[in-house]
Design a protein around this ligand. Structure first.
Ligand SMILES: Cc1ncc(COP(=O)(O)O)c(C=O)c1O
Length: 452
């Protein structure tokens, strides 16, 4: 029995041979696809995140399964009592397969982190219980009481509330909101010695403004400011870290999950940052505990391999629908259209062959018209579902001003360019494209011919 137990145990604390890569750090890929952060000059413009993912370490199951095993344990045993002390002192860690407790590190969650690091081309990544916990933890790590953030005016409502209400109250961290497209305004807002973070969304929620990440990063770095980019709207399409950002955050609940069934988040960045966030005394991930469950991590890790296929179809359909909607005379906002203010910028910084994103917006002028359109699209033709969130295989539609941006007041929404009649559509890929287009046209015709 003792022998069996010993055989099942991981190698002893003194066994030094074997893998010298750390569990957190993404192995440099054979093809050199996984470039370190900050190496923008060396960035290979033709790197495909799907290729980086394929080069990442593949974890097999305990019994040789093609899928990794789920490490469902909250706590982990040691063979010798002394090993515990060495683990707590930081001498032995996950890079050598030593785990203490799953709020700290869990092998299944770490594996998802490796996938996220490969996807975003960062050294490391850590997955959290939600997008909001990823965002708030990063900001609390990079800023201390009295520090300052410069942030885009157009952000997801929850992030806007975090920056404008929660962080000033709970942590004395203040934010100046700016037009992220106006580099001079961004530069002017940075206070030397006080501003620690520039925060933008790669493609903003819901206005689809595209951030000039290379220019913003250059400017921020000159002033010693770290750049944090939320890439929830554009995984695969944009790689902010390869464009110069220091940290990339995600609401994994959206495109990356794809199933509208999981709430999750990720922080992708240098391993020094991720490790500091896990510090036993000071790290917000360790202390505040926004931990991802290993079973959730397993589910998500099985979906990442087909993210590139899903994104291509989301983007393709969004492009076709946006083009056709525009031809019908509708006011469409979509970065793939040439009349979008950042169309040329996006074309120059996007990864090849993915397109321009899976979200489009229709400005229906008033909330009443927006609601009527969504009503017919859902209840008359089944084009999509009235629901918040995005990245699902069905089309999801919401009127941003009265839903996901309602945390902002009317003036803030106006400044952010969120019209009361703005309908955000996350374009799905179920059914056929032509079937869905017919449903759209029928609903629009019905809306024009009826008053309800
Ligand atoms: C752009 C963006 N970032 C962050 C979040 C927050 O993510 P979660 O709901 O996973 O906490 C959302 C959620 O809607 C979002 O749209």
């Amino acid at each position: 029995m003792a022998d069996t137990l010993t055989n099942m145990k991981r190698r002893s604390a003194d066994d030094n041979d074997g893998d010298d890569s750390t569990a957190l750090v993404l192995k440099k890929s054979k093809a050199g696809a996984a470039k370190a952060v900050h190496e923008h000059d060396e960035w290979e413009w033709d790197v495909d995140p799907a290729a980086s993912l394929a080069n990442a370490r593949h974890e097999f199951g305990e019994h040789g399964g093609v899928n990794m095993s789920i490490e469902a344990s909250a706590t982990f045993t040691v063979m010798e009592a002394e090993t515990m002390r060495r683990m707590f002192s930081g001498e032995l860690g996950p890079e050598r397969d030593f785990f203490i407790y799953s709020r700290h590190f869990n092998p299944t969650v770490l594996n998802l982190g490796r996938q996220m690091a490969a996807l975003e081309g960062t050294e490391a990544a850590y997955c959290t219980a939600s997008g909001m916990s990823a965002i708030s933890s990063v900001l609390m790590q990079l800023c201390s009481s009295g520090d300052h953030v410069v942030a885009s005016r157009t952000l997801y409502g929850g992030t806007h509330a975090l920056l404008s209400h929660f962080l000033p109250r709970a942590s004395n961290i203040a934010t100046t909101f700016v037009d992220a497209g106006d580099l001079e305004e961004v530069g002017r807002a940075m206070v030397e010695g006080r501003t620690k973070v520039l925060y933008v969304e790669a493609m903003s929620n819901p206005t689809l403004h595209v951030a000039d990440i290379p220019a913003l990063s250059r400017m921020a770095h000159q002033k010693g400011v770290k750049v944090v980019v939320d890439n929830t709207f554009a995984p695969m399409v944009l790689s902010p870290a390869r464009l110069g950002a220091d940290v990339v955050v995600h609401s994994v609940s959206k495109f990356i999950s794809g199933g509208a069934d999981i709430i999750a988040g990720a922080i992708c960045g240098p391993s020094s940052l991720i490790n500091s966030m896990m510090d036993l005394h000071q790290g917000p991930l360790m202390i505040l505990g926004p931990t991802m469950n290993a079973k959730v991590a397993f589910e998500l890790s099985a979906r990442i391999p087909h993210l590139s296929l899903r994104m291509k179809e989301h983007c393709h359909r969004a492009m076709v629908f946006a083009t056709r909607m525009k031809k019908l005379g509708l006011k469409v906002i979509y970065p793939g259209l040439e009349d979008h203010p950042q169309h040329a910028l996006l074309s120059s910084i996007a990864n090849k062959d993915y397109g321009f994103g899976g979200i489009l917006c229709l400005d229906m002028g008033t909330e009443e018209r927006a609601n009527r359109l969504m009503h017919h699209l859902q209840n008359y033709t089944q084009f999509g579902l009235m629901a918040v969130s995005l990245g699902y295989y069905e089309t999801l539609m919401s009127c941003s001003g009265s839903s996901t941006s309602s945390e902002m007041n009317a003036e803030e929404r106006e400044l952010a360019g969120i019209s009361p009649g703005l309908v955000r559509m996350s374009i799905g890929y179920s059914g056929t494209l032509e079937q869905r287009w017919t449903q759209f046209e029928k609903a629009l015709a019905r809306m024009h011919h009826t008053t309800n």
